[in-house]
Ligand binder design. Structure first.
Ligand code: AMP
Length: 192
């Protein structure tokens, strides 16, 4: 089983490119953000707890997303691999993912990091707000907090995966979506 991590700041295109990859390969796309938004929409207790944090641009507790991820790994029997989008986002999540996979006799296959600048993150997310209507996309203050959270808590994972020899970068900054997508698809073909 392959376990690929799509890495990068909010708005890098992780979800969009993950969909293109799952159209080409028998991999399952897991977005922890989408799973959390489904809980919020369903009005569950977990969703209420998550909403209070997500709406401010903060991360939810590691244990919350790890339980979701473990559950998907357990129940998915058909796919040949997973594209993890938005997970792991902290060093503790990365270490716990390694343990969850080791227990299954597996390991992270590779990390594909989609590179864009902070300025482009802000532009893209404010644009996406007008299309998708996500509350955490709408205000520049919340987006700034998400960018700061990315630098403080998520960026350290780059060194973690570089040390494991699993870290790969792809330029995601072209204004032409298909150019970015094709770079990601080329990288996935190389990593297969
Ligand atoms: P995303 O759709 O990946 O941008 O995620 C939306 C929001 O969900 C994030 O800003 C976080 O508040 C929360 N979230 C998603 N994935 C995680 C994660 N792995 N760890 C903590 N919080 C997360």
């Amino acid at each position: 089983m392959k376990y690929y991590i799509f890495f990068g700041p909010p708005g890098a295109g992780k979800g969009t490119h993950a969909k293109a990859v799952t159209a080409a390969y028998n991999y399952k796309h897991i977005s922890t953000g989408a799973l959390l938004r489904a809980e919020i929409a369903a009005g569950t207790e977990l969703g209420k707890e998550a909403d209070a944090l997500i709406s401010k641009g903060n991360l939810v507790p590691d244990s919350m997303v790890e339980a979701m991820i473990a559950n998907v790994f357990e129940n998915e029997k058909e796919a040949e691999g997973f594209i993890l989008d938005g997970f792991p986002r902290t060093l503790a999540q990365a270490e716990d993912l390694d343990k969850i996979l080791a227990d299954r006799g597996e390991e992270v296959s590779a990390v594909v990091s989609i590179m864009i600048s902070d300025q482009l993150v802000m532009e893209r997310i404010l644009h996406r707000a007008s299309i998708e209507g996500r509350a955490d996309d709408a205000s520049p203050e919340i987006v700034s907090n998400r960018i700061a959270t990315y630098h403080a808590q998520t960026e350290p994972l780059i060194a973690y995966y570089k040390a494991q020899g699993k870290y790969h970068e792809v330029d995601g900054a072209s204004p032409v979506l298909e150019e970015n997508r094709d770079r990601v698809l080329a990288k996935m073909a190389e990593l297969k």
